[in-house]
Design a protein. Sequence first.
Length: 498
Amino acid sequence: MSTFRSSSNTSADATKEANAKAAVPEQKNGYQWTALSVTTVGALLGAIQGSALLIALPSILAELQATFFTIMWVLLGYLLVVTVLTPIIGRLADMWGRKRLYNSGFIFFTIGSLIAGLAQPQFHGADLIAGRVIQGIGAALLITNSTVIVTDAFRKGQVGLGLGVNQIAGAAGFLIGPIIGGLLTEFSWRWVFLFNVPIGIFGALWGMWRLREPVRPLENQPIDWFGTFSLSIGLFGLLLALTMFAFPILPQPAIITIFIIGIISLVLFVAIEPRIRVPLIQLRLFKNRLFTLANLSGLLNGIARGAVLFLLIFFLQGPYGKDPLTAGLLLTPFGLAFMLIGPMSGRLSDRVGSRLLTPIGLSISALGLLGLTTINQFTPYWLLAVYMALMGGGSGFFVSPNTNAIMSSVEPHTRGAAAGILNMLNNTGQMLSIAIVFPLALSKLSFDVIQEVFITGGGMGNFASAIPPFLAGLHLAFYVSFVLTIIAAIVAALRPAH
């Protein structure tokens, strides 16, 4: 089979050849800010949608006559698609260029938003899930390529600044999302999706006009079909099965079958991918200790933090007795701290590297999580806000330097692949968190309690006896997240300097 080679020297030759083809021209003054403006539109689009959607869920459930599980798959289907596609898109970005893929992300996101916004009651949410899946394709294109575009545009020594500023957009979108979601839902929940359409069109046109390709795409590179299919089936099967164990929509034997297929596909991918001449994921990148440990700490942080905001929404709408809009607004300390700290830590990482900053950030997050293990319905909000600010600030202190370390540790022609791996592992962490940590908090609650608390909010007056077991499960989930964050901090501290 001509696509396989038995010697690792061949891979090295291919790498040298690719390096020669991927010359990086000097950037003109000011282009970095132009590139940042385009990626900021994408970051805002995704962040606003995520937090605004949480506020609209009660209205969506009522009008579409959907079930709680359908609503959960509106959230999880999007994340699953993003996770599976990011490594593939990262590789294609190196082969075909970042600009066209990034701009197509706006187009997919806009189409998905239009379909979701026009969902009809007779389909009970199925067409809404389809729209969210298409949105997920667009988000994968935007997320993966935005990191690469910023890294390409900024000179070495300024990448952290660019990534930090981009992080502001994401945090700002998260902060204003509940406000926008609440205002738009007063008219109709459909506007939460339709609101994205003009923004997406503007982003696509702005990107087509202003973006360029600082790094020349690799030429004459074959697509690794084996890697594409085996990794996609493996990731999709594993994460889908784990999520369905928590939120079942199929019989258990079917879920177990999907899980086994996913594991077998991933094993085949890991066994055969190193023999592919031009692989989908360049596993040789993991020979770089900084790249490996930075990605591992990011994965662990994703598992630790992925379900925390969902759990806080449950807590605020349940024992704390708030409606969905108020609960969303009460999460402000997390996003605000993230927004303030992120750009500063990104700029600082350009000067001192990530070895010191990332474990400090994770340790601060761990303190916030430890505080959350003690909360109950009588906890004063100022104290809850302190815990959320510690978590958000610690996350902001970690994310920019960690991303800077990963993207700066690879050659320009492999940045797309590196960004794909980075986002794949981060999103895998979030999916695993929802599948593992989330059920810990909800395992002792009945379906009626879960549906009323998550969808309608306003307290647990009709289910007062469920508050103690819910709080016990919530504390256990936060404690597991705390332990995982400490492990992530230890892994981050073991990385070499960059």
